[in-house]
Design a protein around this ligand. Sequence first.
Ligand code: ATP
Length: 875
Amino acid sequence: MVQQTIQIFGRIKPTGKPAAVFSVDNEDPTGASLDFLLPRDLSDGFVNNKRESYKFRFKKVFDQHAKQEDIFENIARPVADSVLAGFNGAIFAYGQTGSGKTFTITGGAERYADRGIIPRTLSYLFERFSQDSSTVYTMHISYLEIYNELGYDLLDPRHEASRLEDLPKVLIMEDADQNIHLRNLSLQQAANEEEALNLLFLGDTNRMIAETPLNQASTRSHCIFTVHLCRREPGSATLQRSKLHLVDLAGSDRVSKTGLNGVLLTEAKYINLSLHFLEQVILALSERSRSHIPYRNSMLTSVLRDSLGGNCMTTMIATLAVDKRNLDESISTCRFAQRVALIKNEAILNEELDPVLLIAHLKEEILTLKKQLATMMGEQKDEQLTADEMLKLEEMIEAFLNDPDPDGTLSLGRDMRKVQHSFSYFKRKILEKESERHQCSQQPPAATQREDVYFPHMSPVDVNSLKEMLQQRDNEISILVKMLKKEKKRADDAAVQLSRITDCQKLSSQSLPNYSTVPGFGDGMADTLSLNRGGQASSESLTGEENMELGEDVSTLSKLTGQVASMCPLSQQLKSTPPQSRDGNVKGHQEDQRVKVYTFQESHEGNMNQLSLNHGGQVLLSMKKGSQLSAGKQEAFEIFIKDHEEQQIIEDHKQLIKKRSAEARTLSEQLNQVRNTIAELRKQLQTRRRQSAAQSVEVNQPPGEKFDPVEEELCEQIRREKIVYKSAIGRLKALSTEIEHLQLLLERVKVKIQKDFQKWWTQEASSLQGWEPGATAGFHTRPSSSGTPGLCKEFPDTSLDRRSSSLAQHARMSTFLDFRSSVSRGAEADINPPSEWRTLDSTFPPTGDQQVDADVLAFVRARQSLLSKNTAPQR
Ligand SMILES: Nc1ncnc2c1ncn2[C@@H]1O[C@H](COP(=O)(O)OP(=O)(O)OP(=O)(O)O)[C@@H](O)[C@H]1O
């Protein structure tokens, strides 16, 4: 058991605003401190004008310059290590809204280096799994969101990208031993880092989709990402199960300060209530005399029960925004942290026995004990050994006697009959030997040398030379047999390699060099790197790990190749279906025009549309069959994306991915060269060895005894190339992880843009529907310079949310486009126009662009006059 108080860290968010006066001291060996100084004349809000300074103790305080990597190394890595060792762990971020909780726990979306604790911890855990081949690890992940005291499963595969209310509701159940169980919270297995990161991405996307204007999820809900680890040694009945909670709490802002009312106030009260209950639990835990801890008061405290005052190594990060305006909130966060620091947890190793394995072990033990008991009790079988049994036993005894190993044993089991039969057999043998010796002593002297018997006419010199020849032939044969074995093994390996490469090739595109064409590379290389040292023939093989690495490389590269290929889906798309320009013409097929395909779901129309962005920021929108998206909406979407604030992030990510893929390609070319070099060196080495072996036979010297500088040099070169190869493959793996992460970030931005567009479009659509001629609600008219009254009505910019007036302009344009296409549809069908078109000045939705409005008006008038002519009675 490990007793430990909850570890408290502080993290200060970089601020562009004037910062309060504070100082950080991390030098004190007893712990760090954070001091706030409040000058009496501080007018920007302060907590208590009687006190002028506040001092808070932390394990360590990270200032504005701290990197995400520092946070992981100092805070998360030790917790992850203890989780790997079988203890429960928890890290939770607490602080006011916008102080950097999500940034710390999950990370920022803008840069790879901004990855937070969750992705870094996942990466670290999988790296550790791969280093420990003697243990089997299994990882499951759950992701829970608590909003207004209700739990939602963010990882349910049936509800990808759903609204919060559509997600499965998680219920708390308590068993007879007061253990908490979360019903409906799915546990998803993650077999590798990629799968784990995808789960994180899925959860975060659900969290984002579930956001409504009333529920800014990250601000108003608590999120608990839990890694469930199971660890066992093969064959052992003992399992170690541990959990790691990574918690992003809701903003801790005080209700009075939020200035909210209505639903938001209720919500804020819920948040405050759950944080209040969290505080109550913490207070109760810090008072030693308290026997009752009010965990059950809220869902948050129930779920985190183990992490607070229980079996867990817990760490809290107090996130602080130290600008003057937020000083009081920062001080209150620090006060909370000081109380948390008093809580003592008792973490125990979570070992349990696997019942199935345990039963099997116990059965085996019972059987052994029964047998031992039978032997000890002298229980004997009455019947005699059969002839067959005796024959087998005698064969065993013969084998035992002929075994040159002096330590060889004869296992007879616990059957006394066999023991007795063996003794009588030995006795018979000894007697036979003695009688033979006796007979020999009575016979006349025989030829003492065998040679004399078999070669009576040969002189001893001839016999010796024959013996030497025989010895040489023996050597030759043994060398050839060895070589034959090696060749056979290599052929087998090559067959395995070939099948593996065929699999890889199926996955990979043609853009990277094909490593499978390099002969004998991979596991075959390992066993032939024999190095001659000091005349000693030694076989220096690659270690198991190296073998594994080399074996894995093809799949790593193939995976990377797949990624690189998936980064340019349009290049494939272009091959099959060239994109259409807005007017329906096929666009030029440019080599470098790589486009990321964006797909979004029209929730209210149920139509799937595909949006493509190219590198120049140009937008291509293509619709799947059956889509009803109007041209205006398509165009609005294109413009919307161009102006979207995240567009720059998309561009940056794409550029970075492109750069990294180019690096990966260069690196893989280098790798290919190194592999070719190694293959060539290996060939030379083999030839050299064959020659040396043949020479040794000629001079009658055991092979490999003579030091060969050429061979040594070849081995040295191979070793050097191996080092280059290993470092390149390491870099390639790192690039692969980075590209994967960047792609996930891109996906996340993509979802955000789609969501923003949908929200904006819905708002615009409802504004337009509510528009009535002359209506004053939200609209006003301004005189038209073209003298067309009522044509230039302005859309209220307030309805455009945060969007600038340029988006208002786009909205007008899309309205116009919708209108234009409706008009032309009507003209084509030559049916009676809808009644609302008939009175132009009162029903025509304005575009805001005077020229365009005038054009449209002229067109509609012309059309109307045409229709009136057509419908006029024929004279
Ligand atoms: N250490 C930091 N370095 C750079 N940017 C940061 C840092 N901390 C926070 N930010 C940025 O500040 C903004 C707010 O941060 P974040 O969303 O993490 O706050 P939060 O405490 O989770 O807020 P909420 O309670 O609303 O969820 C984000 O844009 C984030 O990228």
